[in-house]
Design a protein around this ligand. Structure first.
Ligand code: PLP
Length: 231
């Protein structure tokens, strides 16, 4: 990875295309979320000028400032980090997708706020399979109960699943986690719940996105390899 955002982005897009074709998919089937947390507006603008369409942020306050400056006409903003229920209103206003829905309590808050402005909010449910690093995320055992309750919330559209496996120096070691999330999404599909679609699997970051794509990811969240190391 170099210092030039445009070159980094080109190289990431090539690697995404290669990983997609390796698993018999088209590069258009994979959505890149460029993770811009801790990255300043000037550098984010370089990325937008180079073709970034979706930015991922993990803190409301930081995202809000950036969205006020950059706007949401040319790029969509996704929330990828843990969200506290008391920030649900901001989240509903600011983001076109929330990757990190991890509790029914949060879902109820999002439902209230989304209903208030007559919006359908797109979310991914975060799972924490086989003891991943983050404390956020539900377990496999909790899936049916949570999904069937989410299914009743009229202003929430569950579009898929998200996960964040532990960091390994060797990306192949993350493969079982990705596989487990894909299998869970296939299981959820078979339940045929209202308002729940398993269109997206958001998994894979700078260190392991190629393996994630091979295991079925169609959203990858990449920060460091595009913008460089964070301060
Ligand atoms: C920071 C972050 C990423 C991006 O990580 P990189 O290793 O810099 O690509 C992806 N997903 C989440 C949830 C993050 O917090």
């Amino acid at each position: 990875m170099g210092s030039d955002v445009r070159e980094n982005l080109e190289s990431i897009n090539e690697r995404i295309a290669r990983a997609a074709s390796k698993s018999n998919r088209k590069k258009e089937d994979i959505t890149l979320v460029a993770v811009s947390k801790f990255i300043d507006v000037d550098r984010i603008m370089e990325g937008i000028n180079a073709g970034i369409k979706i930015l991922g942020e993990n803190r409301i306050q930081e995202a809000k400032k950036k969205i006020e400056t950059i706007g949401d006409e040319v790029v969509d903003w996704h929330l990828i980090g843990h969200l506290q229920s008391n920030k649900a209103k901001d989240a509903v206003n600011l983001f076109s997708m929330i990757h990190s829905l991890d509790s029914l309590k949060l879902a109820n808050e999002l439902q209230n706020k989304a209903e208030g402005i007559n919006k359908k909010i797109h979310v991914l449910v975060q799972f924490n399979l086989s003891g991943e690093i983050t404390k956020s995320g539900r377990s496999h055992e909790e899936a049916y109960d949570l999904m069937s309750k989410l299914s009743l919330l009229k202003n929430i559209r569950v579009m898929g699943l998200m996960s964040m496996p532990p960091f390994f120096d060797e990306p192949q070691k993350a493969r079982p986690y990705f596989k487990e999330l894909r299998e869970l999404s296939e299981e959820i599909k078979r339940w045929k719940l209202d308002n729940i679609t398993m269109k997206y699997l958001s998994m894979g970051m700078t260190g392991d996105f190629e393996v994630a794509i091979e295991e079925g990811a169609n959203i990858v969240r990449i920060g460091t390899a595009i913008f460089g190391h964070r301060k």
